[in-house]
Design a protein around this ligand. Structure first.
Ligand code: NAD
Length: 500
């Protein structure tokens, strides 16, 4: 792959990478108290591209105290909803003005295709920002009839109001660093909360850039803070801080359980968006070409580093060989290259650690008897590349059918009848998403309620929308993001009862 295929990096991006990055607390950039710093790597090359501050518990305390003071001051919470909405819409405009810089930065730091960064990480996030800004003026309660009999002759009028929950801790993973930060910040701010974001240590750059843009748009100091650092240090301290009222965590199920335990200690509210091992169920009448396109998108978008990704492909036996053969050819034909090359369809994984982890899973798959239909190798070249892989000959008890690989690896299994595939699809501790592929409406409508997942697509896999609740059943999480559910997640209900 020659550099001639790479898009030119904007001077503003090069300048941002070279900055002396700090933490973003109380509306400005400050160094970590310890002075500790951490290198940030570019997955396409494996080289260091920036350094950021490695925050600790003291830094987290500064950020939370700032968010708490901003919350109490009313500088944000006390604004008229229309003013909050206007500032958030301006925030979206400022992000749009910096769209290309943000997209390039994400591709350089996360590895994903520049097309994906432009379209989803930034483009879809701007739409989400505007959608959530609109909620600031649409938060509502209820009036309720009550029957309180005392004192005799007294009448009551009762109503509920939704009030911002307080300081929100947003803990963000590395797969969609900008988008998932925005998923947390915008509804929290629309509700009048203040926020401390802890990005993943692998991908801290766009959250820092975003915080600067929020300030430029007029979000007051202390309302949106960012502490970069390790999960075991800054992340842990944030989840334990007594002034945090709500924790919104997206990441692995194992860490999510630790976060929930810490939250319970303070009785902080929490929402967990965790892992998935999502089934794609293909009935015999489905269109093979449509299934192949759907599996490429659902299974290999962002190199499969998508919590909602299709990772178990169940095909009704009559069509199994045809689907595996066509999909195998399509997967083998995907071009591999750096994210800055818009023609490269499969890009580097986020880190050397993730590359090793996927490589280990591929070895386990082979050792357990999987048949490699396409790909199957960690690539011996600079950067963290793994071939897009389709494995067949799988059994339900194999490791790669049970565990989340979080890489470009799809496993295929045949099934005979619908009852059998329902059992197989639900035979997982996870329950984030699923898809059903058929042109038989009755069959689809019968399957949808039987699948244990927070989202079920029919003839599609992976698109999300700001208005459609998103979250997991079982060990894929607790709570829902997006839509009205997001507003409910960042507010408390206050009941007001007036005697007259
Ligand atoms: P991770 O759990 O390792 O890390 C997520 C975040 O938690 C990071 O910011 C990390 O620094 C922080 N963290 C780590 N240890 C912590 C601790 N003890 N206390 C507090 N914070 C801590 O996950 P990851 O590897 O960054 O992301 C991949 C995982 O995220 C996958 O399992 C994937 O399925 C899941 N994910 C889920 C969704 C969803 O919406 N359900 C979306 C994206 C990713």
């Amino acid at each position: 792959m020659s550099d001639a295929n790479l898009i030119p990096v904007l001077p503003a991006v090069t300048a941002f990478l070279g900055r002396e990055h700090g933490l973003f607390i109380d509306g400005r950039t400050v160094p970590a108290q310890s002075g500790d710093r951490q290198a940030v790597y570019g997955p396409a090359t494996g080289e260091v591209i920036a350094h950021v501050a490695d925050g600790d518990a003291g830094d987290v305390d500064r950020a939370v105290q700032s968010a708490h003071a901003a919350f109490r001051s009313g500088a944000w919470t006390g604004l008229r909803p229309a003013e909050r909405e206007r500032i958030l819409l301006r925030f979206a405009d400022v992000v749009e003005a910096h769209a290309e810089a943000l997209a390039q930065l994400e591709t350089l730091n996360q590895g994903k295709s520049i097309n994906l960064s432009r379209m989803i990480e930034v483009g879809a996030s701007i739409e989400y920002m505007r959608y959530m800004a609109g909620w600031a003026t649409k938060i509502e309660g209820q009036t309720l009839d009550v029957s309180i009999p005392v004192p005799p002759g007294t009448r009551y009028t009762a109503y509920t109001r939704r009030e911002p929950v307080g300081v929100v801790a947003g803990i963000v993973p590395w797969n969609f660093p900008l988008m998932i930060a925005i998923w947390k910040v915008l509804p929290a701010l629309a509700c009048g909360c203040t926020v401390v974001i802890k990005p993943s240590q692998e991908t801290p750059l766009t959250a820092l850039y975003l915080a600067g843009l929020a300030a430029e748009a007029g979000v007051p100091p202390g309302v949106f803070n960012v502490v970069t650092g390790r999960g075991s240090r800054a992340g842990d301290a944030l989840t334990r801080h007594p002034r945090v009222s709500k924790i919104s965590f997206t990441g692995s199920t194992a860490v999510g359980k630790q976060v929930a335990t810490a939250a319970i200690d303070n009785l902080a509210r929490f929402a967990l968006e965790l892992g998935g091992k999502n089934p794609m169920v293909v009935l015999a009448d489905a269109d093979v070409d449509q299934v192949v396109q759907g599996a490429l998108l659902g299974g290999f978008l962002n190199q499969g580093q998508v919590c909602a990704a299709a990772s178990r492909l169940y095909v009704q036996r009559r069509r199994y060989d045809a689907v595996v053969e066509a999909l195998g050819a399509a997967v083998a034909g995907l071009s591999v290259g750096p994210g800055l090359d818009p023609g490269a369809q499969i890009n580097a994984l986020v880190s050397a650690k993730q590359q090793q982890s996927v490589g280990r899973y591929l070895e386990i798959g082979r050792a357990e008897g999987a048949r490699v239909v396409a790909g199957g190798r960690v690539l011996d070249r600079p950067g963290y590349f793994v071939e897009p892989t389709l494995l067949a000959g799988m059994r339900q008890d194999m490791t790669l059918v049970r565990e989340e690989v979080f890489g470009p690896v799809l496993v295929a299994l045949p099934f005979d009848d619908v009852d059998e595939v329902v059992r197989m699809a639900n035979d997982s501790p996870y329950g984030l998403t699923a898809s059903v592929w058929t042109n038989d409406l009755k069959a689809a409508m019968n399957l949808v309620p039987r699948i244990e997942a927070g989202t079920v697509w029919v003839n599609s896999h992976v698109p999300v929308d700001p208005n459609l609740p998103f979250g997991g059943y079982k060990q894929s999480g607790i709570g829902r993001e997006f839509g009205r559910s997001a507003i409910e997640a960042y507010t408390e209900i206050k009941s007001v009862c007036i005697a007259h």
